[in-house]
Design a protein around this ligand. Structure first.
Ligand code: AMP
Length: 598
């Protein structure tokens, strides 16, 4: 018998018995958030009591919150570098976790220009699967009938490497898609994808995307939802369709697969399902050959009820473009997760993007919250910050998320700033405010101020022989192009007008900046094609002074004025763009290999 829950009682009954169980689990876990957190912390500390890390801090087997909080420091990734280095180099002793480290997850956050390596253990896969299993039962409460069709999801694996000690290092989603949890998942009518595993797991990104798009077109009438993990990924798929619809429609028309698809298992699969279908080819061609692509998603996949993509945080910049291509279909943000830990889900997934709140699931890890004072630059040394427990956060306040995980991160600062919007039972719900210290982001890249500064410094060396220097700069993530690209505004000071840097030199400056940026950025440029060539826009002398005048006219203090190193406020953009004297694009791809530099 289905157990009713407050979630479903507001919205109608669960779609099936399995959904009822999932909803009941959500209700139970969020209703007893504090005791679940107690249990989680006890479990983590008990099983890991003999680890080098917990022994070092003399926890002596204690599992209570008070002792834990008084003895263990709050840490960042940098603090864990020595331990992570040892694990990566093959030390298999119980350093952080009593369970063997099964692999490293490569986070899109970086440290010294390289992806962070997050150690994980096998059973974390079960926890991730558990969170995934809750998403459709919630969605089914809002959108009925999803079992009658399929989801067109663009999902990809990325390259993986091995650490010197032999552990795999790869992104969390690659790890998940390659796991049996995903590959041999039981049939679930509510979760059928148009993309076969052969396409999702194909390591060649062109072939993978081509096959997924082709499968989506072949099954266009069955598609009820269209998605990707992040908004940028879905827009990349639209761009791919723009570039490849002629070949795709030819394949559909003739039933013969594009010879560029050489992956054997992919070809075998496609050969089975691809039959000549001139009528479908004509229909897709008719839509794609129009100059105006507004609403293309809804025109091709007419039965789509919503887009399933993350449009919170840095991805919010893509909402207008998604609205354009989808003709205003609802945008559903379903979950909030990271390489370190999957955190929670959106219990009201059909709400507007600006109203998305994620409910942290108390069973996933032990959560603490560092009160975040906007505009403060750290805490005085004599008063250590007081962390707040999950159930004790206050509505309206902002916090930085701190986690203790089963995989062996203890009081680890994730770097995300969240604002409490309310509670579901006793579990708080959070609006994702932003990631700390991120200036620019197009896809999963996260470039901070120091990285940008270093890139400008390195590139501006090329100007020395022209007696020219960069006097001011700022940046902008231009997402009007697909893929988006970084724009850097430069104000130059040249001492020799007869010998000013040429277009070719400034192009090389663009490339030099790209070479200096972190490996996630360069991977996006080279392997994933998710970031376009970097652009330098040279602005007229005096532009940055005008920028300051503008800020002061709006109330900024003249003494404390600092040039913003990233801009996105329309009047400021307009001012900058109206002063552009020349614009230059990176002429080549920067260097990138899956191997780490260190
Ligand atoms: P990674 O470790 O590379 O998987 O990146 C995880 C980070 O991506 C998180 O810490 C967030 O900053 C961001 N992120 C993940 N999910 C969301 C979401 N639903 N909304 C906004 N940002 C998110």
């Amino acid at each position: 018998m289905a157990v009713d829950s407050p979630l479903s009682s507001q919205l109608g009954p669960p779609a099936c018995e399995r959904d009822a169980k999932a909803l009941h689990f959500i209700e139970e876990t969020t209703s007893h958030a504090d005791s679940v957190q107690d249990r989680v912390l006890t479990e983590i500390l008990t099983r890991n009591s003999q680890t080098e890390y917990l022994t070092r801090f003399k926890l002596n087997g204690a599992t209570d919150r008070e002792t834990f909080k008084s003895k263990l420091p709050i840490i960042t990734y940098e603090d864990l570098q020595p331990e992570i280095h040892r694990i990566a180099n093959g030390d298999r002793s119980a350093i952080l976790s009593a369970h063997p480290i099964s692999e490293f997850l490569t986070s899109s956050g970086t440290s010294a220009g390289e992806r962070k390596l997050m150690p994980t253990i096998k059973e974390e896969l079960d926890r991730r699967r558990l969170l995934y299993s809750l998403l459709m039962p919630v969605m089914n409460l809002y959108v009925p009938g999803l079992e009658r069709g399929k989801g067109l999801y663009f999902l990809f694996v990325k390259s993986e490497t091995r650490t010197p000690g032999g552990l795999l290092a790869r992104p969390v989603l690659t790890s998940y898609y390659k796991s049996d949890h995903f590959k041999t998942r039981p049939y679930d009518p509510y979760n059928v994808y148009t993309s076969p595993n052969e396409a999702i797991l194909c390591p060649d990104s062109f072939q993978s995307m081509y096959a997924q798009m082709l499968c989506g077109l072949l099954q266009r009438q069955q598609v009820l939802r269209v998605g990707a993990v992040f908004a940028s990924g879905l827009l990349r798929a639209i761009r791919f369709l723009q570039l490849n619809w002629r070949q795709l429609t030819q394949d559909i028309e003739t039933g013969a697969l594009n010879p560029k698809l050489t992956d054997t298992s992919l070809r075998e699969y496609m050969d089975k399902i691809l039959k000549p279908n001139p009528e479908l080819a004509e229909c897709v061609r008719h839509e794609c050959s129009k100059d105006n692509w507004e609403g293309i998603i809804a025109r091709i996949w007419q039965n789509t009820k919503y887009l399933d993509v993350i449009v919170t945080g840095a991805m919010a910049q893509y909402i207008p473009t998604l609205d354009y291509y989808s003709g205003g279909l609802p945008l559903a943000c379903t979950m909030y997760a990271s390489s370190e830990c999957y955190f929670g889900l959106n219990l009201n997934p059909m709400c507007k993007p600006s109203q998305v709140s994620y409910t942290i699931m108390p069973n996933m890890a032990y959560f603490e919250f560092l009160p975040h004072e906007p505009d403060s630059f750290g805490f005085p040394c004599d008063s250590p910050p007081k962390l707040v427990d999950l159930v004790d956060v206050e509505v309206g306040k902002e916090y930085e998320l701190v986690i203790t995980t089963y995989a062996g991160l203890y009081r680890y600062r994730v770097g995300d700033i969240l604002r409490v919007t309310g509670f579901h039972n006793s579990a708080p719900q959070f609006h994702f405010v932003r990631r700390k210290n991120v200036l620019l982001s197009i896809d999963s890249d996260k470039t901070d101020e120091a990285e940008l500064q270093k890139a400008v410094e390195n590139a501006s060396r090329l100007l020395r022989e022209f007696n020219t220097s960069v006097v001011e700069y700022t940046s902008y993530a231009d997402t009007r192009t697909i893929p988006g690209h970084y724009v850097i505004y430069w104000e130059l000071l040249g001492k020799d007008s007869a010998n000013s840097p040429t277009d070719e030199v400034l192009k090389q400056c663009c490339l030099a900046m790209e070479e200096s940026l972190n490996s996630v950025y360069r991977q996006g440029r080279v392997a994933d094609n998710s970031i376009g060539p970097l652009e330098i826009r040279v602005v007229k002398n005096g532009t940055f002074e005008e920028l300051m005048d503008y800020a002061i006219s709006r109330g900024a203090s003249i003494n404390q004025y600092k040039v913003p190193r990233c801009v996105n406020f329309t009047p400021i953009m307009e001012l900058l763009d109206s002063r552009v004297v020349s614009s230059h694009f990176s002429p080549a791809s920067p260097h990138w290999t899956p191997e780490r530099r260190r």
